[in-house]
Design a protein around this ligand. Structure first.
Ligand SMILES: [Zn+2]
Length: 494
């Protein structure tokens, strides 16, 4: 059924995108077969969801209610023990509790988030508010307590799975690329169902960081696993953990191609005579009778220009997402007085638009310090840097004067500098310089003495700030494009 799900989704995409119905005929025969074999019965459940979203999409494309009913059946049959035995327990397969009673995400991340996307589809198509609300509650819990700063999910390497709440080790983060894609797809469905900007904010975090880092500069190599720290001597089995051209389990690279090929569909929506702009990038947008041209250097710059190319005679709304990270936002239309003090969320401009009207948005992309929740033990006492939608990281290759990354701490509260640069292996970027301080040197690792040792003769000497010392950060999505050296997103606070 996992393979059937991907085939059905490919068939729907081909039919919608190119008007070619040949694969759709195959998908319909396969779905009819599933309805005959499984509909209304307790015969089994796929251990890896994706058939749920596929059946809902095929229902939307064909109007055949039996496909949607089967998707709802597969959602409702969780916890019946029909998914078989993975050898990793029933939580791993999201088969431990009924979906409606589940309070938090458990088990294999890609399985869990594909299932949640299907849950949202079923809830929306069948107008099941309580089912939708249960998924939205788990989304809140996931983002608050089981999600990395990069938007990645999966803190248990061995099961590619969710861990406890606030169990988020940066070095052992699994954060599969497919999990980022599944999270993006799930948030999109909740955004469409609710209109709440927090879902679009999270899609942006995932897109530019957890997902963006999967792809090498040049687009030829990929990460399957996306940690937030790599040590000098890192290995995973016999693998140094760098991007590769292919994987034996080849889910991630084609999933990346699928998302990039469909990115334009996630930029904007229309509702009730208003065009909602969710993501900012150079584009032509049409909706609610408006045609717009968007020009911007986002995410490097927070300035976005939207020019009206065509508009109807009657008034129309234009709703612009103001990200939660933008501390001060300014918006103006033509030469009207600038609007300031704008809150995060959708900012609605309603008027009779004319071709040539220009909307200017200035989001605040000033670099900022970001502190982890103190319950995340693995990074307690650390701090990270973000700029606009980008999470930054520190790579050994950028540090000055031979400073070892592991011997540096940063001094939050100090001024963060930024400078556009072109780096070998990466190309154009914006570096951030953070005030830094060396950490006390550590003794070499030695075996413990065989007999009790005497107490240390003295404490380590005090360390004073070095004037002008800095640590250098680059965007996380650009890491591992050089020598494969150490990297960390969260730095100790000095
Ligand atoms: Zn994958």
């Amino acid at each position: 059924m996992y393979c059937a799900g991907h085939l059905i989704q490919a068939a729907v995409a081909l039919h919608r995108g190119a008007g070619d119905g040949r694969l759709l005929a195959v998908a319909v025969r396969l779905a009819d077969h599933l309805v005959r074999e499984f509909g209304g019965q307790d015969r089994g459940l796929d251990g890896h969801p994706v058939i749920e979203t596929a059946l809902a999409e095929l229902y939307r494309e064909t109007g055949t209610a039996a496909y949607l009913e089967l998707a709802r059946q597969f959602v409702d049959q969780r916890s019946h023990g029909l998914a078989g035995d993975s050898g990793l327990g029933r939580r791993y397969l999201q088969d431990d509790l009924p979906v409606r009673q589940s309070a938090t995400e458990v088990g294999h991340v890609v399985r869990a988030l594909y299932l949640e996307a299907g849950v949202t589809d079923v809830a929306v198509e069948m107008s099941e508010r309580s089912l939708l609300e249960s998924s939205a509650r788990r989304w809140n819990d996931m983002v608050a307590a089981k999600t990395y700063l990069t938007g990645g999910n999966g803190s248990r390497h061995a099961t590619e799975g969710f861990g406890d709440r606030f169990e988020l080790p940066p070095d052992r983060a699994y954060n599969e690329t497919c999990a980022a894609i599944a999270s993006f797809q799930r948030s999109w469905r909740l955004l469409l169902a609710t209109g709440d900007a927090k879902y679009a904010d999270h899609m942006e975090r995932v897109l530019y960081n957890g997902f963006g880092a999967a792809i090498a500069t040049g687009g030829q190599r990929f990460f399957y696993v996306n940690p937030l720290q790599r040590r000098e001597d890192h290995f995973e089995k016999d693998d140094p953990g760098r991007r590769r051209v292919w994987f034996n389990c080849a889910c991630c690279p084609p999933n990346i191609m699928r998302l990039i090929a469909s990115l334009e569909h996630y930029l904007a929506t229309e509702s009730g005579g208003t065009l909602y702009v969710h993501q900012f990038t150079g584009s032509r947008l049409s909706g609610a009778g408006l045609d717009l041209e968007v020009t911007t250097d986002y995410p490097w710059s927070g300035a976005v220009y939207l020019r009206v190319l065509a508009a109807p005679q009657a008034g129309r709304g234009l709703a612009l997402r103001v990200p939660a990270w933008s501390a001060t936002t300014r918006i103006s239309v033509n030469h009207d007085p600038e609007r300031t003090g704008i809150s995060p969320g959708y900012h609605l401009l309603h008027r009779t638009w004319r071709a040539g009207d220009l909307v200017t948005v200035h989001l605040d992309a000033t670099p900022r310090w970001t502190y982890p929740d103190r319950r995340v033990d693995a990074v307690r006492g650390c701090v990270a840097i973000e700029r606009g939608p980008l999470v930054y990281c520190f790579e050994q290759a950028d540090q000055l004067d031979g400073a070892r990354l592991d011997d540096l701490a940063v001094r939050p509260g100090g001024v963060l500098g930024e400078r556009p640069v072109t780096l070998d292996g990466i190309g154009q970027t914006i570096e951030i310089t953070a005030p830094a301080i060396p950490q006390p040197p550590l003794a070499p690792v030695t075996l413990p003495p065989a007999v009790p040792s005497s107490p240390p003769a003295s404490m380590a000497p005090p360390f004073l700030p070095v004037p002008g010392m800095t640590a250098i950060a680059i965007p996380y999505f650009q890491w591992d494009n050089r020598d494969g050296g150490p990297m960390r997103v969260q730095m100790p606070r000095g």
